[in-house]
Design a protein around this ligand. Structure first.
Ligand code: SF4
Ligand code: SF4
Length: 210
């Protein structure tokens, strides 16, 4: 499963680079718009499999850990949770102004790609995914209504927290007196990391309660 997921990510990264270098950024933004509709049914699969930022952030995190650059702290100025919305509005406005006044297509996706990698050198990926990414905040808004998502079988879960440690977006946590893992669908990228490490095979992709 791990290799299949990596191959899918590399395929979309290559597609992204081809489209961007050929000046077809709008095609990718179209794919993103379709993925928002898909998130209503399948959850945030764009974030887990398609997003070039996520794919490069995985390597950035690995390198950052090797170089011991990553800190566990979250920046205080991000804690109120509004920054991603501000980033979305500023990005959209910058694109519009560049197009209308300067008659250029602002390379907004490559700009965010660089920002995401730089931030991941310092902070855990969840900081960018949950508090900064302007695309992630939209995925989150649609993803919370997902009909299908990762779900924990409480009877099988032993509360070992291995899933919690493997999650790139802090979407799964062992909580409550009975110490069972619970997934926040809004934050979940449907990435399979937690499934791969669970010693009890307690996590599955299935229908959500509405
Ligand atoms: S890894 Fe599996 S058994 Fe361990 S806490 Fe997570 S869901 Fe439960
Ligand atoms: S809860 Fe599991 S599937 Fe969802 S983002 Fe975290 S590791 Fe990935």
């Amino acid at each position: 499963m791990k290799y299949a997921v990596t191959l899918i990510r590399l395929f979309f990264l290559a597609l992204f680079l081809i489209l961007i270098t050929n000046g077809n950024m709008m095609l990718w933004l179209g794919l993103f718009a379709v993925s928002l509709m898909a998130a209503l049914i399948f959850g945030r699969v764009y974030c887990g499999y398609v997003c070039p930022m996520n794919t490069l952030m995985i390597s950035a995190e690995w390198l950052s850990k090797k170089l011991k650059l990553q800190t566990k702290n979250k920046p205080k100025w991000l804690k109120n949770g509004y920054f991603a919305w501000i980033a979305l509005v500023v990005s959209a406005a910058a694109m519009l102004i560049s197009k209308r006044i300067l008659h250029i297509n602002l390379p907004i996706l490559p700009i965010w790609l660089v920002i995401s990698v730089l931030i991941t050198f310092i902070y855990k990926p969840a900081v960018f995914h949950n508090l900064i990414c302007p695309f992630g905040i939209l995925q989150r808004t649609f993803g919370k209504f997902a009909r299908l998502s990762k779900k924990v079988n409480e009877d099988a879960c032993i509360g070992c927290k291995l899933c919690e440690k493997s999650c790139p977006s802090d979407a799964i946590a062992v909580i409550g007196e009975d110490k069972k893992a619970v997934i926040n669908t809004e934050l979940c990228h449907q990435c399979t990391n937690c499934q791969q490490v669970c010693p009890k095979n307690a996590i599955h992709y299935s229908k959500q309660k509405q």
